[in-house]
Design a protein around this ligand. Structure first.
Ligand code: GZL
Length: 304
């Protein structure tokens, strides 16, 4: 064997001994879309921090369409990626494609949102905030602020999405303890600023300029920012006559808090690559049974 072949043999042997970490892991990420301000920040963090972990990230933006997410996941399976990360736009419709990933022996990790599947072994774990807690934090803040007496209008997130379902449940679990706290109007603004503005315009009409309304609870800041626009155009005083509480704590709501046009926002961290990639990469190297949910903390922020 000439020296050249011998050296090649040594090099290959060394890489083999080094194990998978010697190569970049290829991970497919199916992202919901780019609605609002929080989602793009989350996407940017995932794409930026992938480099810190030596991950070759295949990023697919579904523009809010589940069929596009399913198409992207099937493409990742065909490519034979090392792992698949999904932020599922809604909770239903995932069983079949998760079975296809399992049959291809590609581990799937849920991030941000959640799925409603019979067989939870179809995904390794979910790494996300606790949306139900976020709703509870918002409800508890408002109960304290209003001394348990408040008629509320609610701007719901995307129908059928885990954050919309769970934030509503958590919020109602708290205000339900107070007989004088009640959601008197509720509608989905689909997590967008435009959607929130349209919903609040409808509430302003149906409640005679928010007569008797003490608060607006929005499942995300973007819908609350749209609501603020609608209220100001109607000559109303968001943050003063009506308490404004929402979720995400994006930069634009911080400005509204500073301007006195919003009153509270529950932070949803967008820089979560540092939580997600270590879990995924460790699992690829050493597939071990994990808890089905790794919770990222949420904190409530107010104007002061
Ligand atoms: C919640 C996330 C939600 C954000 C919204 O984790 O899925 O989706 O609260 C976004 O801003 O649209």
């Amino acid at each position: 064997m000439t020296l050249k072949f011998a050296l090649a043999g040594v090099a290959l042997g060394a890489i083999a001994l080094a194990g998978p970490s010697a190569f970049a892991q290829t991970i497919g990420f199916s992202q919901v879309g780019s609605e609002g301000d929080w989602r793009p920040a989350f996407s940017a963090n995932m794409q930026e921090s992938a480099k810190d972990y030596g991950v070759d990230l295949k990023f697919a933006n579904a523009q809010g369409k589940q069929e596009e997410q399913l198409r992207a996941v099937r493409a990742f399976i065909a490519q034979g990626v090392d792992a698949i990360i999904i932020a599922p736009v809604v909770v239903t419709g995932w069983d079949q494609v998760l079975r296809e990933a399992r049959d291809a022996e590609i581990p799937v990790f849920l991030v941000d949102r959640d799925v409603d599947v019979e067989d939870k072994s179809l995904y390794v774990t979910r790494i996300s905030a606790d949306f139900n807690l976020e709703g509870k934090l918002a409800g508890a803040w408002l109960a304290a602020e209003s001394k348990g007496d408040c008629k509320i209008v609610e701007l719901q997130g995307t129908t059928g999405s885990a954050p919309a379902i769970e934030r509503k449940k958590g919020f109602e679990a708290v205000i339900g303890q107070f007989p004088a706290m009640e959601i008197v109007a509720t509608q989905s603004g689909d997590f967008t600023t435009e959607g929130g503005k349209k919903v609040m315009e409808a509430f302003i009409k149906s409640t005679d300029n928010l007569d008797g309304i003490c608060a607006s609870f929005a499942h995300n800041d973007n819908m609350q920012l749209g609501a603020i626009q609608a209220m100001k155009e109607a000559g109303l005083n968001p943050g003063k006559d009506v308490q404004m509480v929402s979720v995400d704590y994006v930069p634009a709501i911080k400005d509204a808090l500073d301007d006195g046009e919003a009153n509270a926002s529950v932070e949803l961290r967008s820089a979560v690559g540092e939580f997600i990639y270590p879990v995924v990469l460790d699992y690829i190297k050493n597939p071990a049974e994990l808890d089905k949910w790794i919770v990222i903390p949420s904190d409530l922020h107010t104007a002061d």
